[in-house]
Ligand binder design. Structure first.
Ligand code: AHR
Length: 351
């Protein structure tokens, strides 16, 4: 008898589950039933997977904020943001995850230029357009990504070098008396490659003494550490070329901790610091005070620029492959009013 009751209960339960299953199936088919007019597709969110390389500098934080502030739900996007923590392997993992999630676009802010071919090939095979932002990728096949937007880092380096030349000439300094150290950015990144090249070429052309190039990884801590070591190695440094403002802030700390003075009065023994970005408020204040003599702007506000590229792709228009951002140069040192690089004149702006 008990066995009979158990069997009856089981049968009833099975019927309920089956009936519920049918109801769900009917409901889920409702939208696509051929007997009904299909519903207008609701405004679809565009899914963007953004692989940021890390959070090494104020520039990077401003760049991340620009992206997060642009790709909001209100603006019609679903953003998946991944911080690579300064490791290319993490960025590659993030891109693979975006591919699995079938995002509409992948936006990549790459740590270094090399090593992206395989994963970009996987994105292409999955039919997902990749937009590269800020630094570039060195891919054998340029069709592995749709387009790029960012700064002309070599031009930035050339601008600072032109400023150094104009300033030192205005003071009547002989080129061989200009002793420079370069605290480089993260080795292999476009920002480092371009800025280092700008200085190295200018040093060769002008006969400056470029004594050392050491990476400070774009961070304040490494800038301080590297500058401390350089001051122990050389006693005649008169210009420190820092490849970003965070390094410059660290280098200034180290110079002052060594009992030396920072400023543009090289002839009186001050050590001149020049830099890049113009984002960090402390660095801009240092530039107003003359502790940083010159800053080439590197603009981090790429969110709206990437959005414009996506909108263009969405409407079937192929954007330009390479999209360079116009940038300024800042200094409060009165001697130099403008510089000319590759035939273009740039007025010096107040920081
Ligand atoms: O790639 C842009 C550079 O990266 C910025 O100059 C630097 O501050 C950042 O970390």
């Amino acid at each position: 008898m008990r066995k009979y009751i158990k069997g009856a209960i089981f049968a009833i339960l099975m019927f309920i589950v089956f009936a519920a299953g049918c109801a769900t199936a009917v409901d889920s088919k409702k939208k696509t039933s051929i007997n009904e007019i299909p519903e207008e597709p609701a405004d679809r969110l565009i899914t963007v997977g953004f692989s940021q390389l890390g959070a090494e500098s104020d520039w990077r934080s401003a760049n991340t904020d620009s992206m997060l502030g642009t790709f909001t739900t209100d603006a019609g996007y679903s953003l998946i943001y991944k911080n690579g923590q300064q490791k290319q392997a993490n960025q590659i993992t993030a891109i693979r995850m975006f591919i699995q999630q079938e995002v509409d676009y992948i936006v990549l802010a790459p740590s270094t230029e090399d090593g992206w071919d395989s994963v970009l090939g996987e994105a292409r095979d999955a039919g997902i357009p990749v937009i590269v932002v800020d630094r570039k990728v060195n891919a054998a096949d340029k069709n592995l990504y749709s387009c790029w937007v960012g700064s002309d880092f070599e031009l930035e380096g050339k601008k600072v070098a032109a400023w150094i030349k104009a300033y030192t000439e205005s003071k009547g300094m002989a080129p061989e008396d200009i002793h420079i150290v370069n605290i480089q950015g993260s080795i292999g990144s476009t920002a480092q490659i371009g800025r280092s090249r700008g200085l190295a070429n200018a040093s060769r052309e002008n006969g400056w003494d470029l004594m050392a190039e050491v990476s400070g990884d774009f961070t304040e801590t490494k800038g301080r550490e590297v500058m401390g070591a350089l001051l122990k190695r050389f006693d005649n440094i008169n210009i420190v070329y820092c490849e970003n403002d965070n390094e410059a802030i660290g280098a200034i700390d180290a110079i002052e901790a060594a009992g030396l003075r920072v400023g543009n009065n090289i002839k009186r023994g001050e050590i001149m610091v020049v830099s890049f970005d113009g984002v960090n408020e402390k660095a801009l204040q240092y530039a107003r005070e003359g502790k940083i003599s010159c800053i080439a702007e590197c603009n981090p506000h790429h969110g709206p620029r990437v959005e414009a590229l996506i909108k263009s792709l969405e409407s079937g228009i192929t954007p330009d492959k390479y999209n360079y951002v116009d940038e300024k140069i800042y200094s409060s040192v009165p001697e130099v009013k403008s510089i000319t690089v590759d035939g273009t004149e740039y007025m010096i702006e107040q920081p």
